[in-house]
Design a protein around this ligand. Structure first.
Ligand code: SF4
Length: 388
């Protein structure tokens, strides 16, 4: 099962990892734990004949359980966790006034990480050290969640369902925890691989029901959901940074200036307390190159820059369902904004399960344990190309 992708980050052939997942499910000693990225919910139904209203994320959870996966979570949970780490990291860098190391760049897109490492290596120290939500969730599954189940991390097999081919390379990042060493994420399935598994198991899409996510990492916020669209990481981070600085929540829709409106680059000056944060959001690597050149020539100055390799963000990722000649990233992104608008919680710092994770296990954002499990040294790992 190899197929040509539209992946903009150079991966022309997609590896099929569904066999590894079937093997893990079949092994009775292995506990399979899956996460579903925000952007997957906007596209998976397209391949199965489900309308946007019918293709809820709860039905993906049901499908994964029916395939035999033991526990299923939403990557929006660990997107909230990423905001707690990256938002605090940004405020630390911002308030230290080290203008020469600005801007801080987001680090959750492996297509962008590969690009900066190869094209602008001198800027790598300006990346946030926060791991991506995929990697953070894998680390949490093999530590906090394994402890809660009272099993060794060696028995936990972590699966992530992603809109992205480059995430297969990112999953090679290492995890070290007490006696365990291995990978945060064992297998990455693209949206297309997920729909192939549902089909090959003969699960009728119309039989799927809305199933809740499992505990302990059940809750997620609208801020986590918008990670899947360009500008979403920035908006989620600004919402929580505002709270951290002022002690009050802003209007959750106060930072619409960074939202996707179909342009590849957006910028905004955001007042937070007495300070003004100069933020920029860019998607697509051509746009990114232009922006970095402008920054390097001193033509523009930013404090915090979000970069996504795929135009429109992960909703338009190379692992999504493909329709020839159709560009659905904008429309799928609007779907995530709709889900955020209607979410009961819209601030990452209000996610009760993230709060519990800190209280019971991680301590504080940027604690020693959080650094060990949730952050990385970008210069210490190579990202192999996922194809072959
Ligand atoms: Fe993957 Fe999203 Fe980055 Fe595209 S924008 S390479 S889908 S993480």
């Amino acid at each position: 099962g190899q197929c040509i992708t539209h992946c903009p980050v150079g991966a022309l052939r997609e590896r099929d990892d569904t066999e590894k997942v079937w093997d893990a499910i079949a092994d009775k000693d292995t506990i399979t734990v899956a996460q579903i990225a925000p952007a997957v919910r906007t596209a998976w139904g397209e391949a199965l004949g489900l309308s946007r209203e019918e293709a809820t994320v709860g039905k993906i959870a049901d499908a994964l359980h029916k395939l035999g996966v033991d526990y299923v979570f939403d990557t929006s949970f660990s997107a909230d966790l990423t905001i707690m780490e990256e938002g605090n990291e940004f405020l630390e860098r911002f308030t230290k006034g080290e203008t020469k190391v600005r801007p801080m760049f987001t680090s959750c897109c492996p297509g962008w990480i590969r690009f900066i490492k190869s094209q602008f290596p001198h800027l790598v120290p300006q990346l946030s050290t926060a791991k991506s939500p995929q990697q953070m969730f894998g680390a949490v599954m093999k530590t906090y969640f394994a402890d809660a189940l009272q099993v060794s991390p060696n028995r936990i097999f972590t699966i992530s369902v992603m809109p992205c081919v480059a995430k297969k390379g990112e999953s090679n990042m290492e995890l070290f925890y007490e006696e365990y060493s291995g990978h945060d994420t064992d297998v990455v399935l693209t949206t297309r691989e997920l729909t192939r598994m549902i089909r090959s198991a003969h699960i009728p899409p119309f039989s799927l029901e809305n199933r809740e996510f499992d505990r302990l990492m059940k809750e997620y916020t609208g801020a986590g959901v918008i990670f899947g669209v360009t500008g979403g990481v920035m908006e989620a981070a600004l919402r929580s940074a505002y709270y951290l600085v002022t002690g009050k929540n802003p209007d959750p829709d106060a930072f619409q200036d960074v939202r996707n409106d179909g342009k590849g680059v957006k910028s905004a000056e955001i007042r937070i307390g007495d300070a003004v944060v100069k933020a920029a959001v860019v998607s697509g690597l051509g746009n990114t190159r232009c922006l970095l050149q402008q920054i390097e020539r001193g033509e523009v100055h930013y404090d915090f820059v979000e970069v996504m390799a795929c135009p429109g963000g992960c909703v338009g990722g190379g692992g999504q369902v493909i329709h020839d000649g159709e560009e659905l990233a904008y429309e799928r992104g609007q779907n995530l904004y709709f889900l955020d608008k209607n979410a009961p919680l819209r601030f990452s710092h209000e996610n009760p399960d993230v709060q519990k994770l800190y209280a019971d296990f991680m301590g504080q954002p940027l604690s020693h344990k959080a650094h060990m499990l949730l952050h990385t040294d970008h210069q210490a790992w190579e990202m192999p190309r996922p194809e072959k």
